[in-house]
Design a protein around this ligand. Structure first.
Ligand SMILES: *Cc1c(COP(=O)(O)O)cnc(C)c1O
Length: 371
């Protein structure tokens, strides 16, 4: 039978597997950091209305530059990010994964390199590979913080063209201090002119502030965002970035024309009209996240400090220990995530009832393991 490797695929894709979290049909799914709350009914109605309007013009291509949407995103960022941005600072695409792909197509590519501090969001490395950008795995400490000196050294040695800093980080949950981001930006610029991408997919859940103000006077710094997590709209596929207007001009060199469908633009605009309601859910999730941290510790687990809508917990020692624990939690009807960080698992904050089910499962697991 013909398989991938029998086809004339690019050498760097041979023997690789695609990104994929298991999509299992389980009562409690806490594995992909989705928002557990469905969109509120008035918003669903508003989406239907705006999509109906858009449908009347589907014979035409959509607004190629998504000006209305970028204007509303700029207002949202200005209101919540602690820094004024305008439409020319904002770019949008199909999920922040596409934003990241466009950034790597523009600033990475063959002969160029990108670095991230791992464990971190695995898609950064995968999109690097897909765009022919060489990937460098930068260091993280035992406690999953970024050691500034070690990271600066890695940057000085590898002189990357693109630097990814995920804050709050996925899958560990901890935020990167502003001073560290600034230090790594300086280290990167000292090595060669390079783009620093601050991935703020989870910033709405953070105890701290957005690093959006850092784009001021730093044209080589990009903040990337998404509506997949805080806005509860993972199915929408809408990500965006904020940066100097020149960055917005540059990514347009690689974006496919009309990449953002009229239906997606209309849906995102409807969601942005309901920002306050959606941010109310974020507050509930933050409280649940803090409860998960406290209760997991009370049960006797180690927990990494979390500024995200998920929590990393452990430790499950021994060869395959975390995978075994993952399976046992799944046997109790709760799906969490094994990110391949040895000894640790990740659980997304769900509804209070889902979190209770999860806590019951891991309480039993703890009893079983200490019996
Ligand atoms: C979930 C996630 C994204 C979001 O990806 P989308 O394509 O916007 O759904 C981006 N970065 C990180 C670190 C994430 O965890």
């Amino acid at each position: 039978m013909t398989g991938i490797d029998d086809l004339p695929v690019r050498d760097e894709l041979r023997g690789k597997s695609p990104y994929g979290a298991p999509q299992l049909d389980v009562p409690v799914r806490l594995n992909t950091n989705e928002n557990p709350y469905p969109l509120p009914e008035p918003l669903v109605e508003r989406i239907a209305e705006r999509v109906r309007e858009a449908a009347r013009n589907l014979n035409r291509y959509p607004d190629r530059d998504a000006v209305e949407l970028r204007t509303e995103l700029a207002k949202y960022l200005t209101r919540t990010g602690g820094h004024r941005v305008d439409v020319e600072n904002v770019w949008a695409a199909n999920g922040s994964n596409e934003v990241i792909q466009q950034l790597l197509q523009t600033f990475g590519g063959p002969g160029r390199t990108a670095i991230g501090f791992e464990p971190s969001y695995s898609m950064h490395a995968l999109i690097a590979r897909g765009t022919g950008t060489a990937w460098i795995s930068g260091p993280r400490s035992e406690d999953f913080t970024i050691d500034r000196a070690a990271a600066e050294r890695a940057i000085a040695e590898s002189r990357p063209d693109v630097v990814f800093i995920t804050t709050p980080n996925n899958p560990t949950g901890n935020a990167v201090p502003r001073e560290t981001v600034l230090a790594l930006y300086e280290a990167a610029q000292a090595a060669r002119p390079s783009m620093v991408v601050v991935d703020e997919a989870y910033i709405e859940f953070s105890h701290g502030d957005s690093l959006l103000p850092l784009i001021e006077g730093r044209p080589n710094l990009v903040v990337s965002r998404t509506m997949s997590k805080a806005f509860g709209a993972a199915g929408l596929r809408l990500g965006y970035l904020a940066a100097h207007p020149a960055v917005v001009d540059a990514v347009q060199l690689v974006r496919l024309p009309y990449h953002l469908s009229a239906v997606a633009q209309a849906t995102a605009l409807a969601a942005l009209e309901h920002t306050d309601t959606l941010l109310g859910y974020v507050e509930q999730l933050k409280a649940e996240r803090d409860r998960l941290v406290a209760e997991l510790r009370a049960i006797g687990y180690e927990v990494t400090e979390s500024d995200a809508n998920f929590v990393q917990f452990g430790r499950f020692d021994g060869e395959g220990g975390s995978h075994e624990a993952w399976q046992k939690i799944l046997d109790r009807g709760v799906l969490v995530r094994d990110n391949g960080v040895p000894g640790w698992l990740r659980v997304s904050a769900g509804t209070p009832a889902e979190n209770d089910a999860f806590l019951d499962a891991v309480r039993e697991l703890k009893k079983e393991q200490s019996a």
